[in-house]
Ligand binder design. Structure first.
Ligand SMILES: *Cc1c(COP(=O)(O)O)cnc(C)c1O
Length: 397
């Protein structure tokens, strides 16, 4: 059987795609699927975007990899652009989201250490979080299903209920170093933290000398209609992890930091072989070229509204299938009345791909470049899927 040499860690759908064109994925037999899974919020500019293809192939003809022993001009440039367009002053490039989080956690602990507080290493996180699959990030995420059987949980992560800021405040102790959260939980079910909560967390961090870390691996890089999700609240972190969307499908991540937060990260303290290599930087810069074009993010918000209004009317029509629509920008969640896996299958039958999340939510993460016509097509397919489920349910199926 094909794939039998692989770990069985993924429950893969019986679908293999040969190529992609914008918002579409195409199988070997020529079947076309509307891609609202987006490689789990990764393909921010869809498939085969000409500017990304050109950037990657041009760089591929010149130089692939040199390591961080040498200057990498593309890395300096992307670093400068990321700092110019965010709260940050410093950037460390990685290959994945989990590595960006590892860097953020290490940076926070190291900052406390060089500021005379080596005892401060604990990080407060929130239920429903997802921060990756390394040993430290499964401890940060705190989900039992990801921790089981992997030995003692990495020390130093304390969790409170989602958005329970009072509980977070009570948990702050002499060993606390930082508070870590996703401004909009992704895998947790497209759950945004209220602006008021983010403001209170910022105040708590300032009062107690803690670092505020945002995980924007999923909600960052244009997904919510702003370059970063935190911009909606006006609350800036000290550290932030990004990945997924910044590479548009090429593996890139980054940890962004203020000058003060990055203070302890001096020569030799942290490192990476692949992180920030010329190929990754060429693509990251190309993604930013498009996102920073005049009016691009406003268009994301306009299209998101179209999408959300259409979804809301489908939810009204089929309350036995869809309970609620949530999310900001093109990071949308369909809270299902019936099991989300069932709704996911019905949409796949309509040749539309989505991703299940926690809280019985189905994530819709289309490319930020989706057209109005494709949105109308997607809504027609989602409506057809909901109608077939509703009809089957009414017939006792
Ligand atoms: C996907 C994700 C990660 C982990 O990223 P990987 O690239 O899979 O390591 C971390 N945090 C959030 C919010 C994510 O969505």
């Amino acid at each position: 059987m094909s794939g039998s040499a692989l770990y069985e860690t993924f429950a893969r759908a019986p679908l293999a795609f040969e190529r992609g064109e914008g918002s579409w994925l195409i199988t070997e037999t020529g079947e076309r699927y509307l891609d609202f899974a987006g490689g789990i919020a990764v393909n921010s500019l869809g498939h085969g975007h000409p500017h990304l293809v050109a950037a990657l192939t041009e760089q591929a003809a010149k130089l692939w990899h040199v390591s961080n022993l040498y200057q990498i001009p593309g890395q300096s440039r992307l670093g400068e652009r990321l700092t110019e367009t965010s709260f940050a002053d410093r950037v460390f490039f990685t290959n994945s989201g989990a590595e960006a989080l590892e860097c953020a956690i290490k940076t926070a602990r190291r900052c406390q250490y060089v500021n005379g507080h080596p005892e401060r290493f604990r990080v407060i996180t929130f239920e429903g979080a997802f921060h990756g699959r390394t040993l430290a990030t499964i401890a940060a995420g705190g989900q039992a299903k990801y921790l089981e059987g992997f030995g003692p949980k990495v020390e130093g992560f304390d969790q409170v209920a989602f958005d329970d800021i009072d509980a977070a405040e009570k948990l702050i102790g002499p060993e606390t170093a930082a508070i870590l959260l996703e401004p909009v939980q992704g895998e947790g079910g497209i759950r945004p933290f209220p602006t008021q909560s983010l403001k209170r967390l910022r105040e708590l961090c300032d009062k107690h000398g803690l670092l505020l870390i945002f995980d924007e691996v999923q909600c960052g890089v244009g997904r919510t209609g702003k370059l970063y999700g935190y911009e909606w609240s006006g609350v800036s972190p000290d550290l932030m992890a990004i990945a997924k969307g910044i590479g548009g499908g090429f593996p890139v991540g980054a940890c962004l930091a203020t000058e003060a937060a990055a203070k302890g990260m001096t020569a030799g303290v942290h490192g990476t072989t692949f992180g920030g290599n010329p190929l990754a930087m060429a693509v990251g810069n190309a993604v930013l070229d498009v996102l920073l074009e005049e009016g691009f993010l406003e268009e994301v918000s306009r299209k998101a509204l179209l999408m959300k209004q259409g979804l809301a009317s489908i939810a009204d029509e089929f309350p036995d299938v869809i309970a609620e629509i949530r999310g900001t920008g093109l990071m949308l969640g369909v809270k299902c009345t019936m099991p989300n896996t069932k709704v996911n299958m019905a949409l796949r039958d309509q040749k539309l791909l989505a991703v299940p999340a926690g809280e019985n939510v189905l994530r819709l993460l289309p490319p930020l470049t989706i057209t109005d016509a494709e949105i109308r097509e997607a809504l027609a397919r989602i409506r057809a899927g909901a109608a077939s489920l509703s009809k089957a349910a009414a017939n006792g199926g």
